[in-house]
Design a protein around this ligand. Structure first.
Ligand code: TA6
Length: 292
């Protein structure tokens, strides 16, 4: 689909990536076709709602550090996924890219709707790899002055049942991670990915004083509080990953300034670990996230 007839969308080329630039009277945004990755979203008069690395690279075959990467059809390290997910990958586990195949796949813009209030984009990708059963994915993005909505729709196009894990890996800007809280997870159990995947229980609000990488049981709205700013995330998944690399891991991360850990946090809408999704042939599933 080309953008020639669009009112608010223009094609941009940045390094090796094709990007859709959206300049609406009420907001602006950028969306990379590789990975259907929303890179930034900024309503008029607001600071950016998403964090994007100042050292981001725009290269084919690697995810841009920031925005909302789409992790699909598995989340994280494939070898850490349940066997029900791992079994579908026809390569060997060590050759499986982190966070699945979709982040580096080329997606197509398949629908665009725009009016004075909002812009709705639909992107699609199919048959990502011969290493995985035939599946298709669609990402619907709604941009409004007061909200950002993403829906990641999966369909099993293979003749056999398939189980996936997935995430909308949202990077959010914060003033100082050391004063940030995340509400809505009080009392919930979580898997601590930094302590041999032990199960723990959250005491009070989530606060940050070291590298944090946890898969929470979650339900209901989550509220990020950073100084005077707050962001609310509502999703339909039963798991949420909270991640900050802190000082040491920041040194090892690509596209990441050594002190960027102070200015970002990931709150990731997932179907991971205990919350994977089993799809019968022809069955569909929608992972949904609303930011306000
Ligand atoms: O979602 C948290 C996490 O799995 C972290 O462990 C860290 O690896 C992060 O994702 C970023 O992964 P990436 O492959 O984008 O560098």
């Amino acid at each position: 689909m080309n953008l020639q007839r669009s009112t608010f969308c223009r094609p941009i080329r940045r390094q090796q990536l094709d990007i859709i630039g959206i300049q609406h009277p009420l907001f602006s945004a950028e969306l990379a076709l590789q990975g259907a990755q929303l890179l930034n979203f900024q309503p008029q008069g607001d600071p950016p709602w998403l964090w994007l690395s100042e050292q981001a690279d725009y290269l084919q075959g690697s995810s841009v550090r920031g925005g909302i990467p789409v992790c699909w059809p598995w989340f994280g390290d494939l070898r850490r996924n349940p066997q029900a997910v791992q079994q579908h990958f026809q390569g060997n586990g060590s050759s499986a890219p982190a966070h699945g195949l979709a982040r580096t796949a080329l997606w197509q813009l398949s629908a665009l709707k725009e009016d004075v209030h909002q812009v709705d984009l639909t992107l699609a990708t199919q048959q990502l790899s011969r290493l995985w059963p035939t599946m298709s994915a669609q990402l619907h993005i709604t941009l409004r002055r007061d909200r950002l909505v993403l829906r990641l729709n999966s369909r099993n196009d293979s003749p056999n049942p398939v189980t996936i894990s997935q995430a909308l890996h949202t990077y959010l800007p914060v003033e100082d991670i050391r004063t940030v809280t995340v509400g809505g997870l009080q009392g919930n159990t979580y898997i601590d990915a930094l302590d041999d995947w032990q199960s723990r229980q959250q005491q009070g609000l989530v606060r940050f004083s070291a590298e944090t990488d946890r898969i929470y049981h979650s339900q209901g709205p989550l509220r990020l509080q950073s100084g005077q700013h707050s962001r609310t995330l509502v999703s339909n998944s039963a798991s949420t990953v909270v991640w900050n690399p802190w000082i040491n891991k920041s040194q090892r991360l690509s596209q990441f300034h050594p002190d960027a850990w102070q200015r970002m946090v990931c709150i990731e809408t997932t179907n991971a670990a205990f919350d994977c999704v089993a799809l019968q042939p022809g069955q569909q599933h929608s992972l949904q996230l609303q930011l306000t």
